[in-house]
Ligand binder design. Structure first.
Ligand SMILES: Cc1ncc(COP(=O)(O)O)c(C=O)c1O
Length: 402
């Protein structure tokens, strides 16, 4: 399990980087005052927003905000006024700043176009009832992006560039964070190779962007999914745990075949034996079997979802037994047949929790029992939604208030 060892190493590196940073260190009297205020804020339990790195801003001349129909937002097609941009020039990060959202100038020989050295992230900003803007566990997206970068031989993104760039951008386009239940501002960090050179090599130059799109509620009908045994999303030592653009390209064709056969998504199985379930479409996969929350353990072939981790934490917080382990296709089918499988669902930033109502295997459609208000997935979905929009106490410390 060489790949898992590599992963463990990467994770421990990230842990070190995750130590609290004293951004205000060496900032003189002003910094000391702010630090004292922060200590006092802890004592009197009110929050002072963390100071972020200021970036140069080229503001738009005319905002497009007025022209947007917030009641009709097709996902991923409407972009807010600004984007965050930073370049890696082969030695250091440069040109970091906020500018109007606009097409890029890209050399036709750019490495990303030819060799796919490109990774991305996805998270959301929510507007609370009191009007403040909340981010859900954004640090996890930074850590995952660094893990993805290492796997694709790209320089890691400094925490300040990712976290402060993201927060400054969302603050700048704060009016684009739509109010209302289920609405959010989808945030898409993307990072790719820009060396203008044909020939397979790790690029020296890179571009990092953060785009944002206001999005409406994610109305998902229950999903019909098919267990996929012909095509694989990721191999045991491949790039599955990275949010690499190429992983998504490779998934399009098998997903299209499943759709043509009447299903919404596939359930990916392990590439070596096709006997173990891994993920469903672009979501992590969970079951409730005999009252236990069962989910495939993380490995080099699965994306470590932030929602997955959150749902597991919530289950444990509620005292529900959780098993992260190999989950065999045969046991899922058996549990569907004997009624022990009571819930199946996918977890991800877009849908939060998406209920699965049908699982097809070897040409047979198995029906998952319908969920109700007392089902774990219904309660967890409600809890997560409330937490993200500030309507729930945050016992985990997951919310960043801007
Ligand atoms: C392949 C894959 N698995 C799982 C997930 C869920 O991850 P998260 O909960 O962090 O959105 C995603 C979405 O990012 C994904 O693309």
């Amino acid at each position: 399990m060489g790949s898992l060892r590599i992963r463990a190493k990467i994770d421990s590196r990230k842990k070190e980087q995750d130590e609290p940073e004293h951004r205000l260190k060496n900032k003189g009297l002003f910094g000391l005052c702010i630090e004292m205020l922060l200590v006092l804020s802890g004592l009197f339990s009110f929050t002072i927003p963390k100071q972020t790195m200021p970036f140069p801003v080229k503001p738009v001349q005319h905002s497009r905000l007025e022209s947007v129909d917030f009641n009709n937002l097709p996902f991923g097609r409407v972009f807010s006024d600004h984007m965050f941009v930073a370049d890696f020039d082969g030695r250091q990060w440069t040109n970091a700043g906020i500018e109007p959202y606009a097409p890029l100038m890209l050399d036709p020989s750019s490495a990303v176009i030819h060799y796919g050295q490109s990774i991305f992230e996805g998270l959301k900003a929510y507007r609370s009832e009191s009007g403040s803007i909340l981010l859900f566990r954004p640090i996890e997206n930074w850590k995952r992006m660094c893990n993805s970068a290492i796997r694709l031989n790209m320089p890691e993104i400094p925490r300040d560039i990712f976290m402060d760039g993201l927060q400054e951008l969302v603050k700048r386009d704060a009016k684009w964070v739509p109010p209302g239940e289920g609405n959010s501002l989808y945030i898409r960090p993307v990072y790719f190779a820009t060396d203008p050179v044909i020939g397979v090599h790790p690029s020296e130059q890179y571009k990092f962007l953060i785009l944002t799109c206001p999005s409406g509620p994610y109305y998902s009908h229950d999903l019909k999914v098919r267990i996929e045994k012909t095509y694989s999303r990721a191999s045991r030592s491949g790039t599955g745990y990275a949010k690499a653009a190429g992983n998504y390209a490779g998934a399009l064709y098998p997903t299209q075949l499943a759709k043509a056969a009447g299903y919404d998504q596939v359930i990916w199985t392990d590439a070596a034996t096709n006997t173990k379930v891994e993920e469903s479409g672009t979501m992590n996969l969970m079951f409730v079997i005999d009252g236990v929350l069962v989910t495939p353990s993380l490995s080099a072939s699965k994306l470590a979802g932030v929602t997955r981790d959150s749902v597991i934490e919530i289950a444990r917080y509620w005292g529900m037994p959780v098993e992260e382990r190999d989950v065999y296709v045969s046991e899922v089918v058996e549990a569907l047949r004997n009624g022990k499988l009571t819930e199946a669902f996918g977890t991800g930033t877009a849908a939060n929790i998406a209920t699965i109502s049908v699982i097809a295997e070897e040409g047979v459609d198995y029906t998952v029992p319908p969920v109700d208000a007392s089902s774990f997935s219904t309660r967890a979905s409600l809890f997560l939604n409330n937490l993200k929009s500030g309507g729930e106490d945050d016992p985990f410390g997951w919310i960043t208030k801007l």
